[in-house]
Design a protein. Structure first.
Length: 158
């Protein structure tokens, strides 16, 4: 699964319909704009299986479209193989982090570095809050956080 130079990132949230598909789409756009997209495997997933096969939330899609970004992502659950194939697994909150570390402990050949995406935020907003029960402004906040974090992550690993 890894790209030719071994860079692979998986963005993770609870259901893979709001935060992580936004982060995936934002990172893909930044990598494309910086002419490095071919150096990366980029995906997103969920710790739960609630939304497997579903498109992102309509508000997430509208937010991305407002910024000129399209995605055809379908929600999927994180698998044991992901821990062995991705270099970085970046999640949105402490609950995601706990769930991922628990799953990783059951994988013998785990190579993924599991972190909060927010550790890359220059504004030091560590947690990317779930906007699902919020409004369009909450999705915009998630988008802005993802842009800041993904830019910093890409600069750090390119």
């Amino acid at each position: 699964m890894a790209a030719s130079n071994g860079k692979a990132v998986l963005f993770v949230c609870l259901g893979n319909i709001c935060r992580s598909p936004i982060a995936e789409a934002v990172f893909r756009k930044l990598a494309t704009d910086n002419s490095v997209v071919d150096h990366w495997v980029i995906d997103s997933g969920a710790v739960s299986d609630w939304n497997v096969g579903c498109s992102p939330d309509a508000r997430a899609l509208a937010c991305l479209r407002n910024h000129g970004i399209e995605t055809d992502h379908r929600a999927r659950q994180v698998t044991k193989d992901d821990f062995a194939t991705f270099d970085h697994i970046l999640c949105m909150d402490e609950s995601n982090l706990r769930d991922l570390k628990k799953k990783a402990s059951q994988v013998k050949n785990c190579k993924a570095k599991i972190e909060l995406l927010g550790i890359y935020d220059p504004q030091k907003q560590l947690i990317i809050q779930d906007p699902y029960y919020g409004n369009e402004e909450d999705f915009e906040t998630v988008y802005e956080q993802c842009v800041r974090c993904c830019k910093a992550f890409l600069e750090n690993y390119s």
